[in-house]
Design a protein around this ligand. Structure first.
Ligand SMILES: NC(=O)c1ccc[n+]([C@@H]2O[C@H](COP(=O)([O-])OP(=O)(O)OC[C@H]3O[C@@H](n4cnc5c(N)ncnc54)[C@H](O)[C@@H]3O)[C@@H](O)[C@H]2O)c1
Length: 452
């Protein structure tokens, strides 16, 4: 199916990427982009920088790297900024996070030291296991939002940025559900003025970003931009948003393996997922109210892939359990175990065991980069509101109200690729491929006629 090319503004000038939270993920992301810029390492895991996209027919040799197909900001044109409840600059924070080799961090030290966090909007009620001091004060939440907007304005001017994007890389907030103040923009703004306790710091950042016309992505499982008031603001300001919770580690594996079992109509009786991690994220998740936020975000993945109501004989009775345990000796190197009880022909049981020794921030950093580049691209292409085609990057993808999220990573990739093809005026790829065989038929028919 041919599509019409959309008018996309060019990626001229500098792109500022702002991260509320400058901990393990953000510092690994920033260091990685700087390292790639200096050609010290490759941006592996970033689909935009390393992934190819097929264009046209399978017989055409057109498989460009995504960044060479879509007009994305160049890595050389990115500047970094953010907020944290600790005042450490990015060099100090990267050393503290202890994700990257010391030699690499030292090689980047002059640039990393230049990036210092701005004072955070913080509320201990949402993250009780953190005690930061680098925090804004203000009488109302609206005042705090205005201070964030002033930060954004100043950052844009000082760094001579053409465009900005914000990606939430701060700690997971305590579990909350949408309430009255979240339902529409008017009530939300009233809540900001009245210090409504249901308005979390992450929502104040999202509000400030959108008011400034800055696209926003949520890398943690908190509600943040996944509430009607913020979606309304995104439409009003014509800004794209996306969330939530970077899809890394165990959930990444789950959304790779589960679609394969489902594709072969193999049954699943149980899926026990356990993991240990020892970074600051793990310490925050050690509080039950913060763990609940994560548990809920991870919990819907299997239902979304197996759709038990459609195939109750295969998936109607899955026991799905997730455990996250804080284990400091492992630091950022998370270890996960999955025990999967499956059954096949005539109900015979089998088991799969997965032991993933992953590095949390190494998997998350390229997602921050891709989300920032693709949201900036979406903004220049005139897209606004929820960007479901970016579900590929999230554990709990945000969708239009009433629409079930797509969790199967291969379907998510196909949607992302087709969205890029569509925006760039290329044919969508259905993988039907009948036309190749219709041509063969014609060739055989011609051969038969020639033989006759
Ligand atoms: N690493 C992964 O694989 C992964 C995957 C999915 C989601 N996440 C989420 O990404 C987020 C960051 O993870 P991390 O490993 O970098 O954690 P981290 O604890 O190393 O960093 C988070 C930083 O946010 C800061 N912070 C907390 N509240 C803040 C606020 N209100 N404003 C500004 N800064 C604030 C903390 O001081 C800390 O420095 C977490 O919410 C985590 O759950 C990570």
């Amino acid at each position: 199916m041919a599509t019409k090319k959309i008018n996309i503004k060019p990626a001229n000038g500098k792109l500022g990427i702002l991260t509320p939270g400058m901990g393990a993920v953000a510092t690994t992301f920033i260091s990685g982009v700087l390292a790639a810029r200096k050609e010290l390492a490759l941006p592996i895991g970033s689909l935009t920088q390393m992934g190819t996209i097929r264009l046209g027919k399978r017989t055409e040799p057109r498989n460009p790297i995504i960044k060479d197909f879509v007009p994305l900001a160049d890595l050389d044109d990115i500047v970094f900024g953010g907020w944290d409840v600790f005042s450490d600059n990015v060099y100090e924070a990267a050393i503290q996070a202890n994700v990257l080799d010391r030699t690499l961090v030292e090689a980047l030290r002059p640039e990393l030291e230049q990036i210092a966090p701005m004072k955070a909007v913080f509320d201990k009620a949402y993250v009780r296991n953190l005690d930061g001091t680098h925090i804004k004060t203000g009488d109302t939440k609206m005042e705090l939002a205005e201070q964030l907007m002033e930060d954004i304005r100043r950052f844009r001017e000082t760094n001579n940025c053409d465009r900005l994007v914000m990606v939430w890389c701060a700690s997971t907030e305590a579990f909350s559900e949408p309430t009255g103040a979240h339902q529409n923009l008017e009530d939300f703004e009233e809540g900001l003025r009245n210090n409504d306790p249901h308005i979390a710091p992450s929502m104040i950042y999202a509000y400030a970003a959108l008011k400034m016309g800055v696209p926003f992505a949520n890398g943690a499982p908190n509600l943040t931009c996944d509430i009607p008031a913020i979606v309304e603001l995104a439409h009003q300001m014509q800004v794209p948003i996306g969330g939530k919770d970077f899809k890394t580690g165990q959930t990444l594996m789950k959304t790779i393996v589960a679609p394969g079992l489902h594709a072969r109509a193999l049954g699943v009786r149980g899926w026990f997922s356990s993991n240990i991690l020892g970074n600051r994220d793990g310490a925050v998740l050690d509080a039950p109210e913060n763990f609940k936020t994560k548990e809920v975000s991870k919990g819907h993945v299997l239902d979304g892939i197996f759709n038990p109501e459609l195939q109750p004989d295969l998936y109607g009775d899955i026991y799905h359990k997730i455990r996250i345990n804080y284990y400091p000796p492992h630091g950022d190197n998370k270890e996960s175990w999955d025990n999967i009880d499956i059954f096949g022909w005539l109900g015979y049981p089998m088991q799969i065991k997965i032991n993933f020794l992953c590095r949390d921030s190494i998997l998350a950093a390229p997602i921050v980069l891709d989300l920032a580049l693709l949201l900036d691209f979406a903004q220049r292409a005139g897209l606004r509101g929820i960007q479901e085609w970016l579900a590929f990057y999230f554990k709990a993808p945000q969708t239009a109200p009433g629409l079930p999220p797509q969790h199967d990573i291969f379907k998510q990739l196909s949607k992302l690729e087709n969205t890029l093809r569509y925006l760039m005026g290329e044919d969508l790829i259905t993988h039907l491929g009948m036309d190749y065989y219709e041509e063969l038929e014609k060739e055989y028919a011609a051969l038969l006629q020639a033989d006759a």
